[in-house]
Design a protein around this ligand. Structure first.
Ligand SMILES: [Fe+2]
Ligand SMILES: [Fe+2]
Length: 355
């Protein structure tokens, strides 16, 4: 009997959301909506720090696996990537042509972008958001693509007037945390969550490191760890990934994970009600904060799909404190004004190297 034979198949179904830290709501919102074409699907506060915002952006239908969320913490120092502070995240697009359009669109907006690069069946562009977060834009399923073809893509410099439907991000492709020992990580994620090691390859961007992809056949390797025995310790701060959430179907599936964590003695938060979903937090062996979140009730639980994110919404238990919260947020804005567009940071090069 394998180590995961007692876990239901498909317990964890890919990514649910990825949460990061931004230093400024306005610059963050304008970048993720006007430049990257997502929509704001929830404007609320951090339930663990209620006088600071929690911002959610996602695809048009606010689907599971498409939401990037940010805690606005202007006073936090800049973060650094490494152990416990994941390196980058990647959004998927549906065609190679979309990558070419993205490159030209981003450049027209003053955003520095590198690529396309081909690795492991994926073709990707890379940029940094205004806080310095590395964002990859990926199209999958291109085994054996030639550098000539990529050069051809780069030659296309046709102007792009607007983000069209082909360019829209469909969902996350992967998140890339950092690990010291991928064998330990693979065993941990296999035994606790039933995930599989699908890929292991030398990192073309950094010879001394490897890429270890973990996931399941249906979604592919949605966690692509960057592995090095000398990986530095990272620090969560502005411009870094705070945690990575994976999706489970419902509360029963979440309960299965909770029992599993407890039976293996993995310290965890227990189930926390976030109103739009239920959450369960724990750390992997390298200190990366992971979350298991239920698909429901979903972002439409308190506002209609077409109006998502249009006003400040609070979980019902915070509603009695609305005036106090709104006052604190306007004080925060008054002391944290920024101009748009910002000076965009240079794109990472080589994009998937660290430390
Ligand atoms: Fe990547
Ligand atoms: Fe989360």
């Amino acid at each position: 009997m394998s180590a995961t034979a007692d876990l239901p198949d498909g317990l964890v179904q890919g990514l649910h959301h990825i949460t990061l830290v931004t230093s400024n709501e306005e610059v963050n919102r304008r970048f993720y909506t006007e430049v990257l074409g997502l929509r704001r699907v929830k404007l609320t506060v951090n339930q663990d720090d209620i006088f600071h915002r929690h911002l959610f952006y996602a695809n048009e239908k606010a689907e599971t696996g498409s939401a990037i969320t940010f805690f606005e913490w202007p006073d936090l120092p800049k973060g650094s990537t490494g152990l416990s502070s994941p390196h980058h995240l990647s959004y998927a697009v549906s065609s190679l042509e979309a990558l070419s359009k993205w490159r030209n669109w981003l450049r027209s907006k003053g955003v520095s972008v590198t690529g396309p690069f081909a690795r492991d069946g994926r073709v990707s562009l890379y940029l940094r958001d205004p806080d310095g977060v590395i964002v990859e834009i990926t199209n999958r399923n291109h085994e054996g693509i030639t550098q000539d073809y990529l050069r051809e893509l780069q030659r296309d410099t046709s102007p792009v007037a607007a983000i069209d439907s082909e360019m829209r991000f469909t969902r996350f492709d992967h998140a890339s945390p950092v690990t010291l020992n991928p064998d330990v990580t693979v065993r941990f994620l296999g035994r606790l969550l039933g995930l599989k090691n699908l890929v292991k390859l030398r990192n073309p961007d950094q010879e001394s490191t490897s890429i270890v992809g973990v996931g399941r056949e249906e979604q592919g390797d949605f966690l692509r760890y960057l592995a090095s025995p000398t990986a530095p310790l990272g620090e969560v701060g502005t411009g870094s990934v705070h945690h990575i959430a994976m999706a489970v179907e419902d509360e029963d599936a979440q309960e299965t994970v909770l029992k599993r964590l407890n039976s293996f003695g993995v310290h965890n938060s227990g189930v926390v009600d976030r109103f739009w979903f239920k959450s369960l937090y724990f750390r992997d062996p390298d200190g990366n904060l992971l979350e298991i979140a239920t698909k429901g009730p979903g972002y439409s639980a308190d506002e209609p799909l077409e109006k998502l994110g249009s006003r400040l919404v609070l979980a019902p238990w915070l509603e009695p404190r609305r005036l106090e919260i709104e006052g604190a947020l306007s004080d925060l804005d008054a002391s944290n004004a920024r101009s748009w567009p910002p000076d965009f940071p240079a794109a990472p090069s080589p994009p998937e190297s660290f430390g």
